[in-house]
Write a protein that binds this ligand. Structure first.
Ligand code: PRP
Length: 174
């Protein structure tokens, strides 16, 4: 059994997601929204968030990866799996688990802009301001966090810990 230290509890996450869901529902009232879940890390956040969005939502998945097995970004973002539908003329809401250096999101926004959507906004559960190298506007932010390697609620370390129901901190030796 391993029990990493809790940074943000299940309850805190759920409360914050309700607030974000309400704000998103208000902003796009009477419009359709294409939610793009950035795999793998955002899958739990995205699943919980769309349940709190009171709008017709089309869900897409995209897989981008830059961290591989380590705790440092490789500096190179790979598109491993693209969305399946057209986003031309649509309102896109990108759903991310974390904005760290900002490279993944900057790369993704650049890629989606070329497809002529109506709008692109970003929801991210976490943001590490101390690590940002490529500034991006986060329209719907869950929590700002310190520079700690976080795991759980979708986020991994070398493929592990995604199943934790809370955001935890990886300590040496785990
Ligand atoms: C993580 C995370 C973000 C990105 C953030 O993805 O899910 O997509 O890194 O880092 P950045 O702001 O420095 O680019 P990762 O490459 O670990 O893939 P995963 O989501 O499959 O775990």
């Amino acid at each position: 059994m391993y029990t990493p230290e809790v940074l943000i509890s299940e309850e805190e996450i759920a409360l914050r997601i309700e607030v974000l869901g309400e704000a998103i529902s208000k902003e796009y009232a009477n419009q359709e929204l294409v939610v793009i879940c950035v795999l793998k890390g955002a899958f739990i956040f995205c699943a919980d968030l769309i349940k709190k969005i009171n709008l017709p939502v089309k869900l897409e998945f995209i897989t981008l990866a830059s961290y591989g097995e380590g705790t440092q970004s490789s500096g190179n973002v790979k598109l491993e799996m693209d969305v399946t539908g057209s986003v031309e003329g649509r309102n896109i809401l990108i759903v991310e688990d974390i904005v760290d250096s900002g490279l993944t999101i900057k790369t993704l926004i650049g890629l989606l802009e070329q497809r002529n959507p109506k709008s692109i906004k970003l929801a991210s559960l976490l943001f590490k301001p101390s690590k940002v190298k490529h500034p991006v506007d986060i329209d719907y932010l869950g929590f700002e966090i310190e520079d700690k390697f976080v795991i759980g609620y979708g986020l991994d370390y070398a493929g592990r810990y995604r199943e934790l129901p809370y955001i935890g901190v990886l300590n040496a030796g785990q």
